[in-house]
Design a protein around this ligand. Structure first.
Ligand SMILES: C[S@@+](CC[C@H](N)C(=O)[O-])C[C@H]1O[C@@H](n2cnc3c(N)ncnc32)[C@H](O)[C@@H]1O
Length: 251
């Protein structure tokens, strides 16, 4: 199933020009339909329910912020890609990108590849890999991690962030979406849900200060965007880049 075509068949969007396939959101589109088209390709009812919940938790505003962070970036790496839900979303949104996702969970990776195939996304691939010891050779223009880092211990986190820094292109971006440690009610709810999902008690949550201290030696610019919404998750997006300062500022 081609996701853009599916929307076109439903009369939601006009046909793209034959020569190019512009980004879907470069014209009016029904994002609810777009998200459901992605969720619908997953085989199992439980996974579809999980994906729907995931699109509620990482709501359209957060997705659009992440999409803006990825804009103009060609080679994208997603560490801890899960079922490839957001990978399929970004690959469909930006047909020009080449998207590679890694996850520890083989079954999730298999589901992710199946979903990408069913959606006709030739620009997305998903592989098995452990973020605590990630072996990658390629260079990327953007590296994304959505709710991965609190699942890996502090030392592994530091190692992974260093690895990512070493595989970013000159103007590459590291984009992290994770949870912070406050307010107490939100992090307590998040922890309970994480325990339920992972069936383990250990989570390694970092607050903004800790992220900032770890990221600033690697990046000249670390921006933090706390997400303010009614949901019980203390989301923060970190956008990290090496932007050369103008000569006038360094003289
Ligand atoms: C909360 S889920 C997030 C999945 C996806 N990024 C999303 O937002 O839907 C965390 C994911 O991290 C993966 N994960 C946990 N530890 C990992 C590790 N050491 N290496 C790679 N993936 C890992 C899990 O298998 C799971 O798919």
């Amino acid at each position: 199933m081609d996701i853009v075509q599916t929307l076109e068949e439903s009369g939601t969007v006009p046909s793209p020009s034959e020569a190019t396939v512009p980004a879907l959101n470069a014209r009016p589109y029904d994002y609810q339909k777009f998200l459901s088209n992605i969720v619908d390709v997953y085989d199992s009812t439980i996974i579809r329910a999980y994906c729907k919940a995931r699109f509620k938790i990482i709501n359209i505003n957060i997705l659009q912020m992440l999409a803006l962070c990825l804009r103009g970036k060609k080679r994208v790496l997603d560490v801890g890609c899960g079922f490839g839900l957001f990978g399929c979303y970004f690959s469909a949104l930006y047909p020009e990108i080449s998207y590679t996702g890694y996850d520890l969970n083989e079954a999730r990776v298999a589901q992710a590849n199946r979903a990408a195939k069913k959606l006709g996304l030739g620009n997305a691939q998903f592989k098995v890999g452990d973020a605590r010891d990630l072996s990658i050779n390629d260079e990327f223009d953007a590296i994304l991690m959505v709710d991965l880092l609190h699942h890996i211990d502090d030392q592994a986190k530091v190692r992974l962030l260093e690895t990512c820094r070493g595989h970013l292109s000159e103007r590459g971006r590291l984009i992290v979406k994770d949870v912070t440690t406050h307010p107490f009610a939100k992090i307590a709810f998040t922890w309970a849900l994480d325990v339920l999902m992972t069936r383990g008690l250990d989570m390694w949550y970092w607050d903004e200060e800790r992220f900032y201290k770890t990221l600033t030696p690697h990046f000249s610019r670390v921006e933090m965007y706390p997400i303010v919404d009614w949901l019980p998750y203390p989301h923060v997006i970190y956008l990290c880049e090496n932007i050369p300062f103008p000569e006038s500022m360094t003289a």
